[in-house]
Design a protein around this ligand. Structure first.
Ligand code: COA
Length: 328
C-alpha cells in the first residue's frame, strides 16, 4: 500500500538573515559560508511560536488538499525545537486547524523527522481502514537553540514549517528507517539541567560535552562524515526492498544540510546532481522542515510532477537516517 500526497503547504517567517549579517557577530565571511555549505540566506522566526508556524503550514496544506479538516483522522507533528514539553504540538495544531476528529501525537527524529512521520502515517493508513486523511507537519525554530557565538554551527540553520496531507493509494511505496545512538553526543541540545544537578550530588558526568541548556552542540566533522554515508544508505535500504535503482528515480529530495554533503551523496549513489532538489541556498538547514519544504516548493514550481518517482532521504541528530521512495 502506498500514499497519495493530496496537498502541501509551508510557512516561512519574513525575517531573513544573510551570510553578511553573521559577520557582525562572528568571524566569518559570505565567501566561506557559501563555498563550505552552499547557504546564502535563511529565515529567522521573530514573534512566531513554532506551533503557529506549523499550524499555518497545516492550514495551507489542508486548503490545497481541498478536504474538510473534520475528515482528518490523525495529525503527526515533528519538531526538535517545539515551544512546549507538554502538550504535544500536534494538539495545538489540531485546535488551530479545526481537525476535531483527529488523534494527535508528536515525533522527534530530528532532521529525519519528516520521513519518520510519513512512514508512520502510511502504516496507520494501512492498518486502520476508518482513517481517511493524515496531516503531517514539521515546524522548527532552530534560531532559538543555536549558539550564535559558535561560527561553525550558527551559520547553518534556519526556521520555518511545512506540512502535507496524505491518503492511501495503490502506488509504489518503499521505505527504511534507521538510527545509530552511539552518535547521540555528536549533535544535541539539552532540555533540562538534570545533568548539572546530578553531577553536583553524585559526581556524574553524562558525557555530553555542552552543559548549557538549549544550546545546539555539534561535532561538525563527525556529523559530516556520517551524513555522506547515511544518505546513500537510507536510499539503498529502502530501494533494495523494491528492486529500485537510482536510475529509476526522477527526483531525490535530500535533507538540506550542506550542498557538499548532497554532492558527495550523489556521487556515491552514481546519480547526477541535477536530479537532486536543492533549496538550502535560501533556507539553510531547517531540520525536519527541510525535506517537506523542498517538496512543497518543487511541487508549487511544477518541477515535481504527478507520476514521477521521488526518493526522500534524510539524516539527523540521534543519529538517525530515513528513506522513503514513492510515486507522486
Ligand atoms: N567562517 C569562517 N571560518 C570557519 C567557520 C565560519 N563560519 N566555521 C568554521 N570555520 C573554520 C574553522 O574554525 C577551521 O579553522 P582552523 O582550520 O583554523 O581550525 C576551518 O574553518 C575549517 O573547519 P572545518 O570544521 O574543517 O570546516 P568544514 O569544511 O568541515 O565545514 C561544517 C564545517 C560545520 C560546515 C561542516 O563540517 C558540516 O557541514 N558538517 C555537518 C554539519 C551538519 O550538517 N549538521 C546538521 C546535521 S542535521
Amino acid at each position: 500500500m502506498g500514499i497519495n500526497i493530496l496537498g502541501t503547504g509551508c510557512y516561512l517567517p519574513e525575517q531573513k538573515l544573510t551570510n553578511d549579517d553573521f559577520t557582525r557577530f562572528v568571524d566569518t565571511s559570505d565567501e566561506w559560508i557559501r563555498t563550505r555549505t552552499g547557504i546564502k540566506e535563511r529565515r529567522m522566526a521573530g514573534w512566531e511560536p513554532v506551533w503557529y508556524m506549523g499550524s499555518e503550514a497545516a492550514k495551507r496544506a489542508i486548503s490545497k488538499a481541498g478536504i474538510a479538516p473534520e475528515d482528518i483522522g490523525l495529525i503527526i507533528v515533528a519538531s526538535a525545537t517545539g515551544d512546549f514539553h507538554t502538550p504535544s504540538m500536534s494538539c495545538v495544531v489540531q485546535n488551530e486547524t479545526g481537525a476535531v476528529n483527529a488523534a494527535a501525537f508528536d515525533m522527534n527524529a530530528a532532521c529525519s523527522g519528516f520521513v519518520y512521520m510519513l512512514d508512520t502515517a502510511r502504516r496507520f493508513l494501512e492498518t486502520d481502514n476508518s482513517l481517511r486523511y493524515v496531516l503531517v507537519v514539521a515546524a522548527e525554530a532552530l534560531s532559538r537553540f543555536v549558539d550564535f557565538s559558535d561560527r561553525s554551527s550558527c551559520i547553518l540553520f534556519g526556521d520555518g514549517a511545512a506540512a502535507v496531507v496524505i491518503e492511501r493509494s495503490d502506488k509504489l511505496y518503499t521505505s527504511a528507517l534507521g538510527a545509530d545512538g552511539s552518535g547521540a553526543r555528536l549533535l544535541y541540545a539539552r532540555s533540562v539541567n538534570i545533568a548539572e544537578e546530578v553531577k553536583v550530588e553524585h559526581e556524574f558526568d553524562d558525557g555530553f560535552p555542552e552543559k548549557r541548556l538549549h544550546k545546539l552542540y555539534q561535532d561538525g566533522r563527525e556529523v559530516y562524515k556520517f551524513a555522506t554515508k547515511a544518505l546513500p544508505k537510507a536510499f539503498h535500504l529502502a530501494a533494495d526492498k523494491a528492486g529500485i535503482t537510482p536510475e529509476d528515480i526522477d527526483w531525490f529530495v535530500p535533507h538540506q544540510a550542506n550542498v557538499r554533503i548532497i554532492e558527495t551523496a550523489a556521487k556515491n549513489l552514481g546519480a547526477p546532481m541535477d536530479k537532486f532538489i536543492v533549496t538550502l541556498d535560501h533556507y539553510g538547514n531547517t531540520s525536519s522542515v527541510s525535506i517537506p519544504l523542498a517538496l512543497h516548493e518543487s511541487i508549487e514550481k511544477g518541477v515535481i510532477k504527478r507520476g514521477q518517482k521521488l526518493a526522500l532521504i534524510g539524516f539527523g541528530a540521534g543519529l538517525t537516517y530515513a528513506g522513503a521512495i514513492f510515486e507522486y
